[in-house]
Design a protein around this ligand. Structure first.
Ligand code: PLP
Length: 479
């Protein structure tokens, strides 16, 4: 079963909710209410066709298939930056970020720590920092990236596992919130990382109490986090060893489109917060619901209604947290996919057309640029630029050049007739896209470009070259 962050796009979701109790409330701090969210009209941007990014409606938007660019603009970009490349839509990312913060503005301490692993690009991190997000890091490289954009201290949640001492040391130096994956890490920190910090968080694995979803798998089989029993021991031990401030974390869903799942996660954590107070006298500063809010990869899917999610968790907070005397309790999340996923496109050119037992369109991108379809059979919508209104009366496999038969962006997909030279936009490639790239078969990762709010395009990562590929080899030893 794939792990968090490498999740497939399978559609079935058998599950049950692990309900753990009842529930709490609210002072208002509307952090983005007063902010001017009207953006300059982008000269090349088409209006979005329906409720979508940036909408303040409480209706769940169906997937928005409107592109923030057209064929002419992409062809101009290609003159400077050859395909394949990832293109991110700054305006949509900002609007979506504000929407998430608005949905939880009732909780004064709410914070989204963007899961850096989803799209580890400093320019995108900077945008998200400007919007008020922190960073969720899982490795040294992600810590360094965050530091480079000015995210330090408690703006970083270090949610790692199987962590080398050197990474904990760096995270501590940065003042990051350490989110421990195991009870033994208390000793590990004391012995190997010169002691425990003042603030600690533990990652809870509910095991059989939650069934997870089809994507993330069964929590009881996941390597992450502490059992319930360990959790209480860990807080007790940490308190005895001088830790003064505490948070609680879990991550039990991935690419989950049903908001009830997150409400139930909040219920689970609020229940634990009450138990920690009653049993150990520990008052949590925050609960971190994890990431995992899904995105509608398929046209018929519906995005999570963030406003409804925020309100439902607020009601629970009023029922559970406030009467227990635990208010204020900050709510945190560490989403990646829903933050940048829908607002990044893999742009690629058709270079071959092949007709054997099936009809194939070969493009200049491959799994090295976007692994999800090939690895998981995940659906990513494809728009053939300039042919948006042409009837989809051909059936193709759209393939890359890896010597792997699963290197397919689409299998038996109805699309308009495609010819070599046509440019394709592969949707929802803005998270767990470039980040999962690799160099197998000597394939090189493409550039990352930012479509800025004023319509201009900035290269935010250059494409790899053969020199990059060979950089770790020293041919001189062959002589
Ligand atoms: C610990 C943790 N937090 C957050 C995330 C982000 O998940 P998503 O991008 O689905 O929101 C992941 C995903 O890999 C994760 O492992």
């Amino acid at each position: 079963m794939p792990q968090i962050g490498c999740d497939p796009g399978w559609e079935g979701k058998p599950r049950s909710w692990g309900r753990t109790g009842t529930q709490g409330v609210v002072t208002l701090k509307l952090s983005w209410w007063n902010r001017n969210t009207v953006h300059p009209t982008c000269r090349l941007r088409k209006p979005r066709s329906h409720q979508g990014v940036g909408s303040t409606s409480s209706k769940s938007p169906m997937k928005d298939l409107t592109l923030p660019f057209d064929e002419a603009q992409i062809r101009r970009i290609i003159q400077q930056h050859p395909t394949p490349f990832h293109l991110y839509d700054e305006r949509a990312i900002r609007q979506n970020a504000r929407r998430l913060l608005r949905a939880f503005a009732w909780n004064p301490g709410f914070r989204e720590f963007f899961a850096v692993k989803a799209t580890p690009n400093p320019y995108l991190l900077k945008i998200l920092k400007e919007e008020g997000f922190g960073a969720d890091c899982s490795s040294l490289a992600e810590l360094v990236l965050s530091e480079r954009v000015g995210l330090t201290g408690e703006a970083i949640m270090f949610t790692s596992n199987d962590t080398p001492a050197s990474e904990y040391v760096r995270a501590k130096e940065l003042g990051a919130i350490l989110n421990l994956d195991d009870i033994t890490h208390l000793d590990f920190l004391e012995r190997r990382c010169s002691g425990l910090p003042e603030l600690l968080c533990f990652r809870y694995n509910p095991g059989p109490d939650r069934t997870g979803n089809v994507i993330i798998g069964n929590p009881a089989e996941a390597k992450y986090g502490l059992t319930r029993e360990q959790l209480f021991q860990a807080y007790q031990q940490a308190k005895e060893r001088g830790v003064r401030r505490f948070g609680l974390h879990t991550m039990v869903a991935s690419n989950e489109l049903d908001r009830v799942y997150f409400v139930e996660t909040a219920r689970m954590l609020f229940t634990l917060a009450r138990e920690l107070k009653d049993r150990l006298g520990i008052r949590l500063e925050f609960v971190n619901l994890g990431g995992g809010i899904g995105i509608p990869y398929r046209p018929e899917q519906t995005a999570v209604d963030l406003e409804a999610l925020g309100q439902e968790i607020r009601e629970l907070y009023e029922q559970m947290v406030v009467p227990a005397g635990l208010d204020p309790l900050a709510i945190c999340m560490e989403n990646g996919r829903m933050v940048t996923g829908p607002y990044g496109y893999l742009v690629t050119t058709a270079i071959h057309e092949k007709h054997i037992y099936r009809d194939y369109i070969g493009v200049d991108a491959c799994m090295a640029n976007l692994m999800r379809p090939g690895m998981y059979g995940a659906y990513h919508h494809i728009t053939v630029l300039g042919k948006e209104n042409a009837p989809p009366d051909r059936v193709y496999d759209v393939v890359g050049s890896l010597c792997e038969n699963n290197d397919k962006f689409a299998v038996q997909r109805s699309l308009p007739p495609i010819e070599p030279g046509d440019v394709l936009a592969i949707h929802d490639a803005g998270a767990h896209g470039y980040a999962m790239g690799f160099q197998y078969n000597g394939k090189l990762r493409g550039a990352e470009l930012l479509l800025k709010e004023d319509g201009s395009v900035q290269q935010i990562r250059r494409a790899e070259t053969l020199d990059d590929y060979f950089a770790t080899l020293d041919f001189s030893g062959l002589a």
